[in-house]
Design a protein around this ligand. Structure first.
Ligand SMILES: Cc1cc2nc3c(=O)[nH]c(=O)nc-3n(C[C@H](O)[C@H](O)[C@H](O)COP(=O)(O)OP(=O)(O)OC[C@H]3O[C@@H](n4cnc5c(N)ncnc54)[C@H](O)[C@@H]3O)c2cc1C
Length: 448
């Protein structure tokens, strides 16, 4: 069978190597036409095909035993595909990128052109299609997840058909699209279809390009402060911290220290260009950054936790305190990125909780679970737990679908004994349908 080159008998692993698969073939297409050929070849062979980005999902969401398509060669920005903008879209800041470009390279391109993503998560090694397909998010209720910044997707679907999918009032002019592509491609402008495919987790299509709305280049100030949970809880119930800050998030320890659960609160707000400022105000704590980068650090932490698990509450609080800083000003994409903490080998589970007041209850239930695991099995959380707050998304499969959502990220160091079981215990507690009088009783799926 002729067509795009592929490899056989090759294992694909995600970045942490906690997920792997031996697909029948591994392809690395460079164009939409090659993607079409691969999809058709898969159908002829009677197997499925799935695209992968940079493999930064810890779950099995990117695995396939059929044909696996790497997208690292489908990574041009701007993409070669023309936009044909409707007049109403002229003047908006839009960039069409190929699916496999990583945010890191996209940010470099935007920065060089005086632009920036309005929002991103805390890391930049994921691909454009990877973050869109999984509804990757940052924090701040002004912004939805990253898929909400995408207005137009070029994709290949079954039969090798090439579609451009947008909302009804999407950017592409139908007549110009038809004049250019004729019957070879189809433009679908339909809210339901767009909301169904945008967050597809690789099950709906092979995304080849995405048209993303961006902002003029801007700078952010990050402030990090320690507060007790009692204050953070009062702030969250009041809600002003979410209205007054463009970006607000926190990490907390599920263990009481001096009668309080310690929290590290991070706010990020737009500031003027800080180029004239002292270097100290334009960088995070370099010692902490260095510590997080050294491969020995997680090993030492795991060894300490193995020999003396009860050190966990102290270690978690110390790690949070080390990040306190009253002023870190930089260009937005550097401030969004949480830095070398991303390099520490760890995995997490994320649970979305609608922000209807019960999100506070969810945090307190996590305290209970952590306490039980500690008392009964001497098992400890090995990392702070993160809370981020995201505006509702219209994408049907997004965890933020339909309501503003608190995302709770339950993080564990790789190698921490009982780590996966602890994540399962949190999950079980947050989905609990049996507890009489518990939050699960009246609305069984309200933590979903
Ligand atoms: C260190 C680290 C930090 C992270 N920080 C955050 C964060 O701050 N916020 C957050 O929300 N998440 C975060 N994540 C999670 C991460 O953003 C998501 O898992 C994201 O999907 C990873 O992108 P990827 O390019 O690696 O995609 P992959 O993991 O390779 O794939 C993810 C899914 O997208 C599908 N897919 C990929 N490309 C295509 C395509 N071209 N067409 C169709 N489907 C496709 C795959 O089939 C799969 O289902 C983080 C992960 C890590 C490892």
């Amino acid at each position: 069978m002729s067509g795009p080159a592929y490899k056989v008998r090759t294992t694909w692993r995600n970045h942490l190597a906690n997920q792997s698969i031996d697909p029948l073939r591994i392809y690395a297409p460079q164009s939409i036409d090659e993607v079409v050929a691969i999809v058709r070849a898969a159908e002829e062979a009677g197997v499925t095909t799935r695209a992968v980005g940079s493999g930064h999902s810890w779950s099995d969401v990117a695995l396939t035993d059929g044909f696996l398509m790497r997208t690292d060669r489908l990574s041009r920005v701007p993409a070669l595909e023309p936009d044909f903008l409707r007049p109403a879209w002229h003047g908006r800041r839009l960039v069409r990128a190929e699916a496999g470009i990583r945010l890191k390279e996209l940010n470099a391109h935007l920065d060089a052109n005086g632009l920036g993503l309005s929002q991103m998560g805390g890391y930049d090694h994921q691909t454009v299609a990877g973050v869109i397909s999984t509804s990757t998010h940052g924090s701040g209720t002004t912004y939805g997840p990253l898929n909400d910044a995408a207005h137009s997707l070029d994709m290949v679907v079954s039969g090798g058909r090439v579609l451009r999918v947008e909302r009804m009032d999407g950017p592409t002019d139908h007549a110009a699209f038809l004049a250019h592509h004729g019957e070879r491609r189809t433009l679908i402008q339909d809210d339901d279809v767009f909301d169904a495919v945008a967050v597809g987790m690789g099950c709906m299509d092979i995304v080849c390009t995405a048209l993303i709305e961006v902002k003029p280049r801007f700078h952010l100030r990050e402030v990090r402060e320690m507060h007790p949970w009692a204050k953070v809880k009062a702030d969250l119930l009041d809600g002003a911290v979410l209205d007054d800050n463009e970006h607000y998030e926190l990490v907390f320890s599920p263990y009481r220290r001096r009668h309080e659960y310690p929290c590290l609160v991070t706010t990020r707000n737009t500031v003027a260009d800080p180029s004239h400022k002292m270097l100290d105000k334009r960088m995070r704590n370099w010692l902490v950054e260095l510590g997080a980068k050294l491969p020995i650090t997680p090993r030492l932490l795991n060894l300490a936790l193995h020999l003396r698990p009860s050190l966990a509450p102290f270690l978690i609080e110390t790690a949070m305190k080390a990040l306190v800083k009253d002023e870190y000003d930089e260009v937005s994409f550097k401030v969004f990125n949480i830095g070398n903490a991303n390099l520490v080998p760890a995995y997490s589970a994320e649970i979305g909780i609608p922000m209807d007041g019960r999100h506070i209850e969810a945090v307190e239930r996590v305290f209970e679970v952590a306490d039980r695991q500690r008392r009964v099995g001497d098992v400890y959380q090995s990392s702070p737990i993160a809370l981020r707050f995201v505006k509702a998304s219209p994408a049907y499969a997004s965890m933020m679908y339909g309501s503003d959502t608190m995302m709770m990220e339950l993080i564990q160091l790789r190698g921490n004994e009982g780590g996966y079981e602890m994540l399962a215990a949190y999950e079980e507690a947050l989905y609990d349908r049996r507890r009489s009088g518990g939050v699960g009783t009246e609305r069984p799926d309200s933590f979903v």
